[in-house]
Design a protein around this ligand. Sequence first.
Ligand code: DGT
Ligand code: CA
Ligand code: CA
Ligand code: ZN
Length: 584
Amino acid sequence: MPRTPLSYDNAGIASVLDEIGDLLELKGENVFRAVTYRAAARAIRDLRSPLKDYMEAGTLESIPKVGKSVKDVIEQLLTTGTATRHEELRAAVPDGLLTLLRVPGVGPSTARTIYDHLKITTIDELEEAAKSGRLRQLPKIQAKTEENILKSIASFRSRTGRSLIVDAQAAANAILEWLQNEATFDRITVAGSLRRWRETIGDIDVLVASADAAPIMAAFTRAPTVERVLANGETKSSVVIDRGLQIDLRVVPLASWGAAQMYFTGSKEHNVRLRGIALRKKLLLNEYGLYRVGEEKTGTPVASRTEEEIYAVLGMEWIPPELREDHGEIDAAVAHKLPALVEVADITGDLHTHSNWTDGRDPIIDMARRARDKGYAYMALTDHSVGLGMTQGLNVERIAARSAEIAKVNRELAPFRVLIGTEVDIRANGNLDYPDELLAQFDIVTASVHSAFSQPRAQMTRRIIGAMEHPLVDAISHPTGRLLEKRDPYDVDMTALIDAAVRTRTRLEVNGGPERLDLPDICVHEALEKGAELVISSDAHRVEELEWMALGVATARRGWTTKKSVANTRSLDEIMGSRKRAER
Ligand code: DGT
Ligand code: CA
Ligand code: CA
Ligand code: ZN
């Protein structure tokens, strides 16, 4: 789809530059050129202001890696919506080659070889060739590569096309703001999976209370982000916005607000159970209210205005949206035994963040100030260990230099405290990436897997449990390794990991990164039932990503987490005093 001029944001431009890098490599041009385009793309993703501002100020070339040719591409994209260099390369490289390159595990030279020998251009053909063992007969392609290609294709196909919650939230906030400016109404809320904080979102549901739906429908369908109107009715409309996301809008009378919120929040399974319970009381629950059977067409409802009233008439407590999945919450609500879920306001600090000392964007002082301004008492800076060659992990000298900088920040921001932390890599062989005497110098240690994801289940399980058994490892970060819609979790025995976490008193992280949300909600529930302790973290690599804590908290809530199971709801003294090493 052709883009309209000026519609490119920084991320969009960075993607084009990456694609130019790919195309250059596919064409067999000088690889350093490709490297330059990709490096510029990375620098652009890290910028704090829009490229348009740089262009207008004439300072594009002050951005790292942006020289004359990259600058031309950016200016053309911003002013015309296309770039000559990009178009020329696309014309010179067959489409099929790019398709092959999109398969994880297929690099430019592999793509070229496959294309030149087999004339393959589609994923289906690639799968077919891999299955019949024809790829491994090609020069420089090994049996292992062929197996990895098959695995990538399988995981590619298992993607659902659902959106990350942050993208859906951003789109929903934009439409809510638009409607608030363009129309008048009594109430507005998001409903559906977004209100339940599911890890991915199929479509966005927006609910409005108003006696006059027409002007709201009109404002909705003419919103600037709307690309296509799918349905435009009297009280319900659906649109597709520029990110390809669908938004459903429903307008209801204010008197039905509680019933409508319940109906459109779902989940469907939760609603089905509620309706069953209502029927046993000779009541009928629909999106307008809770009625005595037979009176739903004519009568006044028994309850309809608020969710609380309706749940109360059904004989139960109000149920937080995060729990409405028919996973036992209804029985708990009837028994008045719903958990008092942990809240963002309970969080006292963030124990997993990164700075520009490794792959983070921002300096320590900026990260710390933002954390302090959020009301935290502390923040652990857990930059990567050295083994992660890709992200320039910290060696011994740089650890010392960083610690000196942290000490300076701590003097400035006291009583706020930055902890000297590390996210130490658990190597493929199960060893930690730093020797014990070095690990002992950190205030807090979180360990994680960043490589050799395809190890067999038993080996991966042993690898992580080994790290848990280390007395200096306080927590395991993103324990399943999944990246939503991108990478499947590695094969690991989660029940064994949870048992080992309890036995070794190692905390399990609920990582709030929108692609991670790891531990997943279901595993959180299992971990809590076994008595594991959690830590909820943002894994922020930029100041604004500290807000991802809210996603971690939501995931923990969906797993029925209460405050007492979360280490970072306590004071720093309590957290430090309850580390494993404090007991030795
Ligand atoms: P999603 O969009 O796939 O992420 O998940 P939801 O839960 O947002 O599902 P969606 O958008 O199809 O519907 C929103 C809510 O509306 C859903 O959670 C419950 C309610 N709902 C939709 N269709 C039905 C239905 O056929 N029966 C009942 N009881 N409720 C429905
Ligand atoms: Ca939905
Ligand atoms: Ca929907
Ligand atoms: Zn991290």
